[in-house]
Design a protein around this ligand. Sequence first.
Ligand code: SF4
Length: 326
Amino acid sequence: MSNLLDVQDLTIDYPAGGGAMWGGKRFVAVREASFSIGQGETFGLVGESGSGKTTIGRAILRLEKAAAGQIFFEGRSVTDFGRTTPLSYRRDVQIVFQDPSSSLNPRHRVGKILDQVIARHEPRPAKDRVRLRDELLEKVQLAPYHATRFPAELSGGQKQRVAIAHALASKPRLVVCDEAVSALDVSTQGQILNLLRELQDKLGISYLFISHDLSVVRHMSRRIAVMYLGRIVETGDANAVYTDPQHPYTKMLLASVLLPHPGERDRKRQERLQLRAQANASTGSLSATGCPFRSRCPSAHSRCAETMPPMVAVGTQRKVACHLYS
Ligand code: SF4
């Protein structure tokens, strides 16, 4: 499988605000992230909120600037495009956001929302655009009459189908799905995930599937990367990572997914987010040393505070950034 997208040692940082804690330094949102996505493949990025996964998606869409590293799309350097993103790239790479209510114009009917994007990418007479619009609606399993509805008149699942149709209008090669089912109830999640897979089979699209939910990412992806505080800490075959996690953080993430009671899962998630915020303050700077997970890791030892663990191969298809393996 040839690579459609290559992300190599991508680092993204921001001014840290100049407060006393940071002393005007920079905060690293993503640190040396590397992965690739093949043609027609789904690659999953999983991690808690603030782990950097959305920032990577935004960098691929050129909404964030790389401080270091490269992104290649079919061998072309995306990071070297300059100020204006080429139209061909804007067609080839699209995004589906978590909340379709914020990405769809509430004052326009669905037909107008889709017509605008069709007209931008495929200038055609109005009659042809109506046909293309109805074909798009059919692709996402909506009916032509849905074109007459306002977003507020649709269910959450229907709105997300319109958002997917909007992304498909330019015939993209890669779609970044950023928490695309997180706001939906469980049965609607399943329907949208199945729709995304069917569209992939029919159209050969690649997905970067971003979610905080390890079980959803596993369901969708062939390979996944687990992120913690801006770093990829484990990557490999999705089933292998899910059934036999190696990094202590992946084990913690999986243990919380497997908790039977939803209330307990939410409580654990809140705990993790609080601990992550504390860890973030000490490890997010450019000059941070040691493993970012050390304050929460049950296996931490003296070396973990001294040096950042490198990514090392564990077996043939797994990589892990942890001193237990290096
Ligand atoms: Fe835990 Fe150390 Fe591995 Fe980090 S490097 S995950 S602190 S054992």
